[in-house]
Each structure stands twice: as C-alpha cells, then as structure tokens.
Design a protein around this ligand. Structure first.
Ligand SMILES: Cc1cc2nc3c(=O)[nH]c(=O)nc-3n(C[C@H](O)[C@H](O)[C@H](O)COP(=O)(O)OP(=O)(O)OC[C@H]3O[C@@H](n4cnc5c(N)ncnc54)[C@H](O)[C@@H]3O)c2cc1C
Length: 389
C-alpha cells in the first residue's frame, strides 16, 4: 500500500492554498461587515478564478473545465473550504449532470458555465419538499410539444447571481416522472419572491423562486423525462464530497488558529496550552481531523479508481456525515480555546462556527445520511463501511 500523494497533486494543493490565502481571505472582513461584496470585487474574483485555473475543476477540458480527478478536486476544495463567508463558492463548479446534456445543452449551458460566462444553480427544495424530494409540487405540464413550468423553489443557493436554474419538477404532476429542466432566469414567468437572511454570512443569497407557467421547449429537458432522480443523485454525490472537503479545510484552519493562540496566550503565568484541559482539546481536534482526512482522501481516491456507483453513493454519505459533524465539534473547541476572542465576528473561527452549521443540513441532513447508511447496511451488510476495497 502506497499512500504517497504525487508531487503534482501536492503542488496543486499548494496553489489552491495560496489562492485561498491571497485572493479569498482578504475579502472576508468586508463581506462579514457589509453582508455582501461589491459587484466590481466579484468580477475581480471571477477573473482571478480563471487566471489561476480553478474554474470548473470538476469538468472535462474539452468542455472548458480543468479536468481534475476527484482526488485532485478534493485537495483543492479542502484549501478553498478554509475561507469564510462561503468565499469558496466564488470558484464555480457547474453541476455534474450537465455533462449528460445534448450537444446543444453542452454548448449553451455547460461550456459557458465552465468559462465563467454563465452561472447555473440547482433548485430542488420546496416549501413541502425538503428531505423527501418525492413531494415536489413543481410541475411541468406538457402541451403541444412544449412544457409549462409552475411551482416554487426555496433556498436556491447563488440564485441571485445565476443566469439559469436546473429545476427538478414532475412532468404533468406525475411523481413517477421526476425530470430536470434548464430554465433561463430571464424567461417570462420566472421571478424571485424573497431573499431571506440566514445564520451564515454568505457571499451570495439563497432566494426563493416562483415559476408561473414558464414556457419551455423540449430542448430544455436535461437527460430524459423521468430521469431526474438519477441525475440529481449524481449531483448529491459530488456535492457531498465537496462539502466533506470544505469541512476538512474549515476545521484545519480553526485548529491552526486555536493552536497558535494556545501557545501565545498567557493566563495564570503560563501559556494556556500548558493546561491539560486545553491540550486535550487540541489533541481531540487533531485526531478528529486526521480521521476525517483519511476517510475523505480514501473515498476520493477510490472513486478515481472506478469504485462501483452504489458504493460511491454509500461512502459519500458517510464522509459527509462524519466530516460535517467533525467540523462542528472541532470548530466549537477552537472557539472555546480562543475564549472571548473566538466570539468576535472579526475572528475567522467565529465565522467558521456559523458557516459550517449548514453542512449538517444541506445536500441531505445528518439524519438522512444516517438513513442512507442504515439502508445500505440492511441491504449489503456492514461491508461497504468496514471492508476495504
Ligand atoms: C443555506 C441553505 C442553502 C440551500 N441551498 C439549496 C440549493 O441550492 N438547492 C436546493 O434545492 N436546496 C437547497 N437547500 C435546501 C436543503 O437541501 C434542505 O434544507 C435540506 O435538504 C433539508 O430539508 P428541509 O429544510 O425541508 O428539512 P426537513 O426535510 O423538513 O427536515 C426537518 C428535520 O426532520 C428531519 N427528518 C426529515 N426526514 C427524516 C427521516 N426520514 N428520518 C429522520 N429525520 C428526518 C431532518 O433531518 C431535519 O432534522 C439549502 C438549504 C439551506 C439552509
């Protein structure tokens, strides 16, 4: 067994770290204090993503992406995940199901998205459909060879800056026909209803959208009618791995800050790290990060080696569950070590504390990940989790 990371991959990771530290981190305080970044700054960031070759790391070069392996993407996402305010999300990853599009869809949606000329977002959740997307009420009624989309989508991340949405809807209101549609935001009948505020400061918004009889021709069906769930599953797997890597990076940054502070902060005549209570917290943090990293790198590496799709799904859930909960524990301890300073919004640890809370909710809550894992164990035994390979 050789667990060495190849030199080019280490160089890629170092490049991503440098990008996070020199391009993203300097925007954090302004974003936190103002709640958003000026359009000119966002444009500068978009250009920096391209100049540094981080646009569409998850898509093939022939489509304008970087063609990185899953393992390489994990290394990059770990570094980007250290940024607060979700600045990692200025580095766009066009949704993976787009690669299953028709040649025209690839030309009109995927390629310009990879190049940073258009931005797409994924809209599944609704007021009555969260963990259970089968309850989706958004419908696409078929009449005279066209579709008419009506419904409401919530929490559409980056919907305020998107050019198009990938909307999960039921054809003719039939739950056995879940289907994805490519919906341009400028189309008549598409509107943002509300832009609620959330616990985290996020570089973009999560608006609620309403669709009123939006007319779409057949070319806007992504994949096939009734194939929406399969494609959405691919999106979930990818998003869960990305979240895992982001959580890992966020935890490492918080632990590094706490570790440095524990060495310099003196109380009762000695550095606080000399108190066993603090030392033990640092020890637990380091061990948890080590465990998460081992798990995430392993699963990413296995996927690149052609891991069976069912196992990919099973293990992506496990990494997301563990990494998001681990990040909650580690960052909470980091904040504790920093004392009152850890509670100040100017401190990255305070921001990370709020930022990572959503990772236990979106792309499948922790409870849903446990249900997936439990279901896998029931079907296949413990093998997917306790065996190797
Ligand atoms: C900031 C933010 C951004 C988001 N971005 C997007 C986006 O871009 N696109 C998108 O489509 N969605 C997005 N979401 C939605 C997100 O994926 C959902 O919030 C999530 O799937 C949970 O759905 P829900 O909020 O309706 O909770 P519910 O499904 O109503 O769950 C409520 C509680 O019940 C629990 N529960 C539900 N079912 C079960 C069960 N079977 N067993 C045990 N417990 C259960 C849940 O775990 C949770 O604790 C976003 C959410 C947030 C907060």
């Amino acid at each position: 067994m050789d667990l060495t990371i190849a030199k080019p991959d280490l160089e890629l990771k170092a490049r991503a770290r440098n990008f996070a530290e020199t391009v993203l981190f300097p925007q954090e305080l302004e974003l936190e204090l103002k709640g958003c970044l000026p359009a000119a700054t966002l444009a500068k960031l978009r250009q920096a993503v391209i100049d540094n070759g981080f646009n569409a790391i998850n898509h093939a070069r022939e489509h304008g992406g970087q063609g990185l392996s899953i393992f390489q993407q994990t290394l990059v996402n770990e570094e980007l995940g250290k940024s607060t305010g979700a600045l990692w999300s200025v580095v766009w990853h066009p949704a993976i199901p787009l690669k299953n599009g028709t040649p025209e869809q690839i030309r009109d949606y995927l390629v310009p998205n990879c190049q940073g000329k258009r931005r797409g977002v994924f809209a599944i959740t609704e007021p009555g459909a969260g963990s259970d997307p089968r309850q989706v009420q958004t419908r696409a009624d078929r009449r005279n060879g066209r579709y008419y989309l009506s419904g409401e989508k919530w929490f559409v991340t980056a919907g305020n800056v998107a050019d198009y949405l990938i909307v999960h809807a039921h054809v003719d209101g039939d739950a056995s026909k879940p289907t994805l549609f490519l919906v341009d935001k400028v189309l008549p009948g598409v509107r943002i209803k509300r832009m609620p505020k959330f616990m985290h400061t996020y570089v973009f918004e999560h608006p609620e959208f309403v669709f009123e009889n939006v007319e779409l021709d057949e070319s806007r069906v992504l994949g096939k009618v009734g194939g929406g769930f399969e494609l959405t599953k691919d999106w979930f797997v990818e998003a869960r791995l990305q979240i895992s890597a982001n959580c890992l990076g966020a935890s490492i940054r918080a632990a590094e800050i706490a570790n440095a502070y524990a060495a310099e902060r003196v109380q009762f005549g000695r550095p606080i790290r000399d108190f066993q209570a603090i030392e033990f917290m640092l020890a637990d943090m380091a061990v948890e990060i080590m465990a998460a990293k081992s798990m995430i790198y392993r699963v990413a590496w296995e996927i690149d080696r052609g891991l069976d799709r069912k196992l990919v799904h099973a293990r992506a859930s496990a990494t997301k569950l563990f990494a998001s909960e681990m990040a909650g524990r580690v960052i909470d301890r980091a904040l504790q070590i920093l004392g009152g300073r850890g509670y100040m919004r100017e401190n990255p640890v305070e921001r990370l504390y709020r930022d990572i809370r959503v990772d236990r909710i979106w792309e499948g809550t922790s409870e849903i990940q446990r249900a997936i894992i439990g279901g896998q164990i029931k079907k296949r035994g413990l093998g997917p989790y306790v065996d190797w390979g």
